[in-house]
Design a protein around this ligand. Sequence first.
Ligand code: THU
Length: 141
Amino acid sequence: MTNPAAALDAQEALIAAARAARALAYAPYSRFAVGAAVLDEQGRIHAGCNVENAAYPQGWCAETSALAALVAAGGRRVLAVAVCAVAAEPVTPCGGCRQKIREFAADDCPIYVADAHTLVASFTLGQLLPCSFGPAHLARP
Ligand code: THU
């Protein structure tokens, strides 16, 4: 995307989708609601929230939900990610979710971190998951 105004619109739409998904989070145990959204190769946005479980380890993150929505819609590339949560510090994807994002995204994929009101931090996937393992490593030499 070369038009800066359009890029800003896309970023805002992605954050808005993550924020809207956060409002639907099922987090009765941690009470820590998270929303996430991913932009696919067709310009579509897929969003999801965290879904907790009475058997605590069975819960999953908002980013995982958003990626599942991407794949179920036929998306195969992630061009940008937004995460929305309210905390004392910017909430970046957990380690497991960083790897899950890595499956579909390049090192330069932006990861926007927002709170209830605004963008609070911005990273690339490569910053959050350096020297990562990915699909290309499974190619037979
Ligand atoms: N969580 C997410 O959904 N995404 C993150 O990036 C960090 C953590 C969820 C998992 C759990 O439901 C709650 O936040 C507290 O860890």
